[in-house]
Design a protein around this ligand. Structure first.
Ligand SMILES: [Zn+2]
Length: 380
């Protein structure tokens, strides 16, 4: 499970006599065993990130990883002459992981001891255990989601995106337009519920409802015609972000009740959360219904409160609320909106389901096709 404290999220490899046999500073040829190569690939497929902490010349070591055909598997590498504990700490910071989610493998007892001394929560393994790592419980997630299998590619895309942003001199909105962002809002499938569950557990600061719906509760609503379970994904020219939002709506005659809305903090920069609310307001206006969003203030969902307020949701009396049963939990406020048609977004394209008609083809909203910037991969 995502919150299992024993699960390793990133394994950091020493290179000489750990990842490969031999020392590149001393010999031309080093050997990557089939067993270690299999471990690297196996961990990658499970969504466990891998990095490098090595005392070597960066270019020399990295070109060797490329020659061995494994460079692509490593993110945020640290190769240089500083202490291993510092390298491990920098990698953890760059990936935004706590030390307890990090593992370190090195053939030198002194290096492992140095890391353990400064970062006691980092789990350290001797090099001879490399081949058996995939058999250990801490490297074996119970569930590997579609996003999990692509986690490393998502980190690499995020890094390229950051570089592009750092180089871009214009205003934010112009930068966003260069990304060719496509936001997809689709009815969840049974398989997607697992990644959605992971999302609602992880994104508490953006869980606008402050109410958690379990995997089983969401699954049970998939076939219920009065409920919409929607999963939101986001892609841009650098790659996909995977599932970044979930929305649970119960439809009544005069009003749609938003019972769950959570979006990932990974896409805050894109403004996807407010586009999602505007899309919903536009759809509700088209359907001639009001919107009521459940909201319970927590110490972590201030951003969601601001997003609702910005979209015009208020605590106010309206006859439509008589149609909705009382909130399931104490402390849930009901924020009301009489929706009006919205301007399409200018920074992204939205591909969405038609909430009025389950059988209808999806709608496209936002940057028009044929836009002169040309949006690669904008077709679904
Ligand atoms: Zn109303």
């Amino acid at each position: 499970m995502p919150n299992d404290p024993t699960l390793v999220k990133c394994l950091i490899w020493d290179l000489d006599n750990t990842l490969w046999q031999g020392t590149i500073a001393e010999q031309d040829e080093v050997v990557l065993s089939d067993a270690v190569r299999a471990a690297i690939i196996g961990l990658d497929e499970r969504g466990i990130l891998q990095s490098v902490a090595s005392r070597n010349d960066f270019d020399h070591a990295w070109s060797r990883l490329e020659k061995l055909g494994v460079a692509e598997y490593f993110v945020a590498p640290r190769i240089g002459w500083s202490a291993k504990s510092g390298m491990v700490r920098q990698i953890a910071d760059e990936l935004a992981f706590a030390p307890k989610a990090i593992a370190f493998i090195d053939d030198m007892p002194a290096e492992r001891a140095e890391v353990s001394h400064h970062l006691p929560e980092v789990r350290c393994y001797p090099a001879e255990r490399a081949a058996e790592l995939t058999g250990l419980p801490e490297f074996t997630p119970k569930v590997v989601t579609a996003d999990g299998r692509r986690r490393r590619q998502m980190y690499q895309a995020a890094a390229r995106r950051e570089d592009a942003r750092a180089e871009f001199a214009g205003p934010d909105e112009d930068f966003l337009r260069t990304l060719g962002i496509v936001l997809r809002i689709a009815r969840a499938t049974d398989e997607e519920i697992t990644r959605v569950e992971e999302l609602t557990l992880r994104t508490s600061q953006m869980n606008a409802t402050g109410v958690h719906y379990s995997d089983a509760a969401l699954r049970s609503l998939l076939a219920d015609e009065s409920h919409e379970v929607l999963v939101v994904t986001l892609d841009d020219k650098f790659g996909g972000y995977g599932a970044v939002g979930v929305l649970l709506i119960e439809k009544f005659e005069p009003v749609w009740n938003v019972k769950l809305l959570a979006t990932s903090c990974r896409v805050v920069f894109s403004g996807a959360g407010s586009v999602l609310l505007r899309w919903l307001a536009d759809a509700a206006a088209g359907a001639g219904v009001h919107l009521v969003a459940d909201f319970r203030k927590t110490d972590r969902n201030r951003m969601a409160e601001v997003a609702y307020s910005f979209a015009g949701f208020r605590v106010e009396d309206c006859g439509c609320q008589a149609a909705i049963p009382p909130a399931p939990e104490a402390g849930v406020e009901r924020l009301h909106l009489t929706p009006v048609a919205q301007e399409a977004p200018v920074t992204m394209t939205v591909h969405a389901v038609d909430l009025r008609d389950a059988a209808a083809e999806g709608i496209v909203w936002g940057l028009a096709q044929g836009d002169d910037r040309g949006i690669d991969g904008a077709d679904s």
